[in-house]
Unconditional design. Structure first.
Length: 314
């Protein structure tokens, strides 16, 4: 090999090595978000995908940690691990309300930004760089019940299926339903039960009500999965579609399909894509020590079978 060619080969090798080092340095310096959340199923899958999509669109690195519903100790341990890994911000979708105080304290002690997503502590104010990107669940429950009351002409027997009584979202959605009922004297609450957000549990619950011969004109469920379970129980009992009006919340893909098939009468859309984007935006602002609105409320939109549901099915 000639001396000139040898020098050129060495130059190429050095350039490649420098490029690799630069790439590694950029990777090491890239902003990293630690995301602790529930298992991505149903509406949580939409939120998971939105967080990942908007993070990558901003060239951010993401580290996900998953914990099952109710596993607060596991999520606290995951948050500790993410802080130890030197992530630049934490995004947490709580799996147990009792764990929120410990998670907030860990973030405050580490002086690391914390964004609660979809759910979180209900405090007047939280010290440190903390924000909450959450839907107004009370509004969601009121929207659902106002439409059901209208469809019932202000009179009839209502059953309520709540999610998890320990979750703020379930409590507030149910409170919203009952607040509207209090405004409409013709409505009567005849049954109420919890189904832990689960379709099968709700189906069993409603089947039991119907087997007892309970008269029900409408069912307000805290989410679409439980609403669909209720619809399955109504169908299994041989009742025609629409005989019992059924409302859900979340406007999931399954919920939209059930609505198109006239199994659900109403649901409430809470934009998971918008939640993901706003959570990422707030995290980046807090990293830069810019002010954010601590309670970043997400809008709710009523969806009925008379509306074009295709726009909510994506």
């Amino acid at each position: 090999m000639s001396r000139t060619r040898h020098v050129r080969v060495l130059a190429r090798i050095c350039a490649a090595a420098l490029a690799a080092l630069a790439c590694g340095a950029d990777h090491a310096l890239a902003t990293t978000l630690g995301i602790a959340m529930t298992q991505p199923v149903g509406s949580m899958q939409l939120l998971h995908d939105s967080l990942e999509e908007h993070a990558r669109a901003r060239s951010l690195l993401v580290r996900f940690a998953y914990a099952p519903e109710g596993a607060g100790a596991q999520q606290i341990a995951q948050v500790r691990d993410l802080i130890a890994a030197k992530v630049d911000a934490l995004l947490v979708m709580p799996v147990e309300p009792a764990a929120n105080a410990a998670i907030t304290r860990l973030a405050q002690e580490a002086d690391i930004p914390l964004v609660y997503v979809n759910d979180g502590p209900r405090e007047d104010w939280l010290a440190g760089r903390v924000a909450l990107v959450i839907p107004n669940e009370l509004v969601a429950g009121r929207l659902q019940m106002r439409k059901l009351a209208q469809m019932m002409n202000g009179s009839g027997r209502l059953a309520i299926i709540s999610g998890n009584p320990a979750r703020a979202g379930s409590v507030l959605r149910t409170r919203g339903v009952k607040a509207v009922m209090a405004e409409v004297p013709g409505l009567q609450l005849v049954a109420e039960g919890a189904a832990d957000w689960d379709r099968g549990t709700a189906r069993t619950l409603v089947s039991g009500w119907l087997a007892q011969g309970m008269g029900i004109d409408a069912i307000a469920a805290n989410n679409d999965a439980m609403a669909i379970g209720a619809a399955e129980a109504v169908e299994a009992a041989g009742l025609p579609a629409g005989r019992i009006l059924i409302g859900g919340i979340d406007a999931t893909a399954d919920g939209m399909l059930a609505m198109q098939r006239k199994r659900l009468a109403v649901t409430v859309h809470q934009d998971a894509t918008l939640q993901g984007r706003r959570a990422i935006d707030d995290a980046l602002a807090l990293i830069a020590h810019r002010p954010v609105q601590q309670y970043d409320w997400m809008p709710c939109r009523l969806v009925t079978d008379r509306m074009s549901t295709m726009q909510f099915s994506k």
